[in-house]
Design a binder for this molecule. Structure first.
Ligand code: CAA
Length: 484
C-alpha cells in the first residue's frame, strides 16, 4: 500500500494543519473545500502557518514554496479520484460525514483508503456508509496538527488486516507516533482530556475558582502546556461541546454532559481562537499587584508549616502568632473544621502548595476578604503564585487531576488500551510532561486513592470513587502498575 497522493477534505484549522503535515513530508496533497470562500480561507491558513515557520527560520522561503507547491486546492471532490488516501476533516456532524463518505466511495479508486479525522464519532458508522468498510479507518490528529506528535489510528471490527499497519507506518513517515485503538467514543485522548476540560468549566460555574486561577494552577502548578480554558479555546468550544455530547450519549454520566456555559458560548458564536473569542477575548492579563495590604500580622499552622514560615522569613516577614490578621493553614483537605476552632474563624485561609511555584488558597464560608487578600499577598512575597479557590475537597488541582488519573486506570482496566499507549497518547497528543500512569506513580498511588475518596465523599460523583484496580494495588502495597 503506497501512499503518495493524499486528499484532505475540509481545510479548517485541523484540515489545513493535516494538509501541511503531509506536504512537509513530501507527499502530494489535494485539498478540497466546499466553495471558493472556504478554499481561500484554507489557503490563508496554510500560507500563514508556513510563513510563520519561515519567519522563525525553521523553513527557507524556497522550502516553503516547495511545500505549498505540493498542495493543489480545489472545490471539486472529483479531483480526488486518483488519491491513495483521503482524510476528511469536516464538521463533527455524522450525517455530513456519512454523506461525504458515500460520495468518496463513488469517486475514489477501489483501493483508496478513506480516513476520518473525527474526534469522537463512530468510525464504524462512517465505514458502513461505504462499499469498502474494510478500508475505512480513523486517523485522528491533534491540534495544532503540525506540532502534536500523536496520531490515533482507529480500527473497526471490519477493518482489513494490513490497513492499520500501513496507515501507522505512514504516520511514522510524517514524524508522528501512531497509537492504534478500537472504535470507542473519544478514543484514548479525548476520552481522558475532554471530561477534565468540562470539569474545569463546571468548577468555574460552581464558583470554586475563576478562569485565570484554574489555568494558572494547571499550567504553572502541574506543568501542563496550557491551562484548561486556554486549551478549550485552542480546540474550539464547538468541537469540545460536540465531543462531550458524544461521550454523554455513550456513558450517560452526568459529568460528561457538556457544561451549560459551553453551550451558551457556542450559541453566542464564541468558539475560541478560530472565531477570535471564547473563554478569552482580547485581554490575557493575569491578576497581579503584590503588596497591597502589607505588612500583615500572620500565623502559619498545619503539616509542613516550617518551610512556608522559612520562605516568608527569608522575604523579611516573621509570623506574629496571637492576634494574627490571617492564619495560613497548610492542608490538602478543606480547612473549615480548623477555622471554626479559632477565636476569629474569618482569619483562616487554607494553603495547598502545588509544585514549587503555586499555592492554592482556600477561602471558607467564613473567611473575610481581607484575610484572603492578605494570604495572596503573603504568597507573592514568598515567591508563589496564589490561586484563589473555595474550601472544597481537592481544591482546584486535585479535583481536576485525580478524576482524570482515575479515568485512565478504568480505561486500562477495561482492556481498551495499554498503560504505555495511554501514557504515550497523553504525552504526545497533549504535550503533557508525563502520562497519567507515570503521574500516578510519581504522586503515589495511595495519595491519589485517598484524594479520590475525599472527592467522592464530598461530591458523591460515582466516577470519583477510586477505580477498583487502583484501590486493590494500594491495598496490596504496590507502588507501580503491573505492565501486562
Ligand atoms: N501551527 C503550527 N505550529 C504551531 C502552531 C500552529 N497552530 N502553534 C504553535 N506552533 C509551534 C510554534 O511555531 C513553535 O514552534 P518552534 O518550537 O519550532 O518554534 C511551537 O509550536 C511552540 O509554540 P509557541 O512557542 O508559540 O507556544 P507554546 O510553547 O505555548 O506551545 C503549543 C504551543 C504547542 C500549542 C503548546 O501549548 C501545547 O502543546 N499545548 C497543548 C495542545 C494540546 O493539548 N493539543 C491537543 C488538543 S486535543 C485535540 O486536538 C483533539 C481533539 O479532537 C479535540
Amino acid at each position: 500500500m503506497a501512499f503518495e497522493r493524499v486528499g484532505v477534505v475540509g481545510l479548517g484549522t485541523m484540515g489545513a494543519g493535516i494538509a501541511e503535515v503531509f506536504a512537509r513530508a513530501g507527499l502530494r496533497v489535494i485539498g478540497v473545500e466546499a466553495d471558493a470562500e472556504m478554499l481561500a480561507r484554507g489557503r490563508g491558513l496554510l500560507e500563514r502557518s508556513t510563513g510563520r515557520a519561515v519567519d522563525k527560520g525553521k523553513l527557507t522561503g524556497a522550502e516553503r514554496d516547495e511545500i505549498l507547491g505540493r498542495v493543489t486546492l480545489t472545490t471539486s471532490r472529483a479531483d480526488l479520484r486518483d488519491a491513495d488516501l483521503v482524510i476528511e476533516a469536516i464538521p463533527e456532524i455524522l450525517d455530513y460525514k456519512v454523506s461525504l463518505f458515500e460520495d468518496l466511495d463513488g469517486i475514489c479508486k477501489p483501493e483508496t483508503v478513506l480516513a476520518t479525522n473525527t474526534s469522537s464519532l463512530s468510525v464504524t458508522a462512517i465505514a458502513a456508509a461505504t462499499g469498502r468498510p474494510g478500508r475505512v479507518v480513523g486517523l485522528h490528529f491533534f491540534n495544532p496538527a503540525p506540532v502534536m506528535r500523536l496520531v490515533e489510528v482507529v480500527s473497526t471490527v471490519v477493518t482489513e488486516p494490513g490497513v492499520v499497519g500501513a496507515v501507522s507506518e505512514l504516520a511514522g513517515r510524517l514524524g508522528k507516533t501512531a497509537v492504534t485503538v478500537g472504535d470507542r467514543a473519544g478514543f484514548v485522548v479525548n476520552r481522558l482530556l475532554l471530561p477534565y476540560l468540562n470539569h474545569a468549566v463546571a468548577l468555574m460555574e460552581q464558583g470554586v475558582a475563576g478562569r485565570d486561577d484554574i489555568d494558572l494552577a494547571m499550567k504553572v502548578g502541574v506543568g501542563l502546556p496550557m491551562g484548561p480554558f486556554t486549551l478549550l479555546d485552542l480546540i474550539g468550544l464547538d468541537t469540545s461541546y460536540e465531543v462531550m455530547e458524544v461521550l454523554f450519549d455513550e456513558t450517560r454520566e452526568r459529568r460528561h454532559a457538556p457544561s451549560p456555559l459551553l453551550r451558551e458560548l457556542v450559541t453566542a458564536g464564541l468558539l475560541g481562537r478560530k472565531s477570535g473569542r471564547g473563554f478569552y477575548g482580547e485581554e490575557r492579563a493575569h491578576p497581579s499587584g503584590a503588596g497591597r495590604s502589607l505588612p500583615i500580622a500572620f500565623d502559619v499552622a498545619g503539616p509542613g508549616s516550617e518551610e512556608l514560615v522559612a520562605r516568608l522569613a527569608a522575604a523579611g516577614f516573621e509570623r506574629s502568632g496571637e492576634g494574627a490578621d490571617v492564619v495560613l493553614r497548610l492542608a490538602d483537605r478543606p480547612v473549615v473544621e480548623h477555622a471554626v476552632r479559632l477565636r476569629d474563624p474569618a482569619t483562616m485561609v487554607g494553603v495547598h502548595l502545588v509544585g514549587d511555584q503555586v499555592a492554592e488558597l482556600a477561602s471558607t464560608a467564613l473567611t473575610s476578604d481581607a484575610a484572603a487578600d492578605a494570604a495572596a499577598d503573603l504568597m507573592k512575597v514568598a515567591g508563589l503564585s496564589p490561586v484563589s479557590c473555595k474550601d472544597r475537597a481537592g481544591f482546584v488541582v486535585d479535583a481536576l487531576l485525580y478524576p482524570y488519573l482515575n479515568d485512565a486506570v478504568r480505561m486500562h482496566d477495561a482492556g481498551y488500551a495499554s498503560i504505555d499507549d495511554i501514557d504515550a497518547a497523553m504525552r504526545l497528543g497533549c504535550g503533557y510532561p508525563a502520562g497519567p500512569f507515570q503521574t500516578l506513580e510519581s504522586l503515589g498511588l495511595a495519595r491519589v486513592r485517598d484524594g479520590l475518596r475525599a472527592l467522592y465523599a464530598e461530591y458523591r460523583e460515582p466516577a470519583f470513587a477510586p477505580a477498583p484496580l487502583l484501590d486493590q494495588l494500594v491495598t496490596a502495597g504496590a507502588s507501580e502498575f503491573p505492565r501486562r
